[in-house]
Design a protein. Structure first.
Length: 391
């Protein structure tokens, strides 16, 4: 059994978390640190500015923390024999067969060459299918033609989630299949799109909507009763805020986007959840995968799956791959004192970190959308305080 978090450390965790709570900063949060059988939670602030207090079981939009859950569901279906990781996706996703690849990522849509090979399930898991977000496209003076076409198709995969505007899965898949790839399959890492495509793959492999796949293979076995693509109890869902001049402004109300089934269950960014549901997910991975995955599957999911060449050509900014890399739909730490840890962040205001060497989980759920790529300081500071509390 791991040593418990120290009393002084828990007090510092409270001080750090409370120091960021305020109507013009982070209206409310649940910050949770767990080690061994010990779980310490800070539950602070309000669900809505001027509204009811946050509760430990309050619901938050977890955005891109959806990606690792999608990765786990995919590996569970692979273990059932519904597809192989190195199988071309053509059988289940014929829209992605016989791909064309842009000669230049910012070039005309008809200036292409044939793909050297098919996209595989493993390419989707590692985000190396040849399509997705890269920092280059956001630095361009004018939108790339592929970005403009993607926006017209309402795919919401080359930018922030737009869950209320995406089409149904088959229409979404047809739209993606109408676009050329940005790079050859396996050539480089692109963010986001792989997880969205995995949701469609899993749905077609099982003949079930992706939300039902997640429920039967992940949520129900782990007792994650409150996680899903929408909530039937919006009173528990925090109001979402985004930074604005002089403070915060409402981005989504509790009775808004996440109070009804979306047209597209986006495996990249669509879920709401609670701190304890995500703790159950994290501890499943830290304890060898049961009853969802095998220990071997967990080990593969949470190790560096990228080659040096793939890292050299991709990332979300300078130095992105200096201390982290990518496993199967999850970030893995490759250098520094946290090497071997894994997790990810959700741009609607959430972070998750799991450290097997220390049997440590740290979760921070807020309703403040990220100010930039790395979010509000509360996330880094709570993680640092949790490590300091190890003693």
């Amino acid at each position: 059994m791991a040593d418990p978090l120290t009393a002084d450390g828990r007090a510092q965790l409270h001080k750090v978390a409370a120091g960021h709570v305020g109507d013009d900063r982070v209206p409310g949060l649940v910050a949770l640190a767990a080690r061994g059988g010990q779980v310490h939670a800070e539950v602070l602030g309000s669900l809505t500015i001027g509204g009811p207090p946050v509760q430990r079981d309050s619901l938050f939009r977890i955005a891109s923390i959806t990606k690792p859950l999608t990765g786990v569901a995919t590996l569970a279906l692979a273990a059932e024999g519904l597809f192989r990781l190195d199988e071309p996706v053509d059988r289940l996703l014929p829209e992605l067969a016989n791909r064309q690849v842009l000669r230049r990522m910012d070039g005309p849509l008809d200036d292409t060459v044939p793909a050297h090979r098919s996209i595989t399930v493993r390419d989707l898991l590692t985000f190396t299918l040849g399509f997705g977000m890269t920092v280059d496209m956001f630095a361009a003076a004018e939108p790339w033609p592929v970005m403009a076409a993607e926006q017209r198709l309402r795919l919401a995969t080359l930018g922030p989630p737009d869950l209320g505007n995406q089409p149904d899965p088959d229409t979404w898949m047809a739209g993606l299949g109408s676009l050329p790839l940005l790079a050859q399959p396996g050539e480089r890492w692109f963010y986001n799109t792989g997880a969205s495509v995995l949701g469609v793959l899993c749905a077609r492999a099982t003949g079930q909507p992706f939300g039902e796949v997640l429920a039967s293979r992940v949520f129900e076995p782990l007792g994650m009763r409150d996680t899903g693509f929408w909530t039937t109890d919006p009173s528990r869902l925090a109001t979402a805020y985004q930074p604005a001049a002089g403070g915060l402004e409402v981005w989504d109300e509790p009775a808004g986007l996440f109070s009804q089934p979306p047209p597209f269950g986006d495996g990249a960014a669509g879920l709401v959840s609670t701190a304890d549901d995500l703790l159950a997910f994290s501890q499943m991975l830290l304890r060898g995968g049961g009853p969802v995955l095998s220990a071997d599957a967990v080990a593969e999911m949470t190790r560096d799956q990228l080659t040096a060449g793939q890292k050299a050509r991709g990332g979300l900014g300078p130095g992105f791959f200096d201390e982290i890399s990518w496993g199967y739909s999850v970030s893995v730490v490759t250098a520094g004192e946290r090497a071997g840890a894994f997790g990810w962040a959700g741009g609607f205001g959430s972070t998750w970190l799991a450290d097997p060497a220390r049997d440590l989980t740290v979760l921070v759920l807020t309703q403040r959308t990220f100010d930039g790529p790395w979010g509000h300081p509360v996330h880094d500071e709570v993680q640092a305080a949790a490590y300091a509390a190890l003693g």
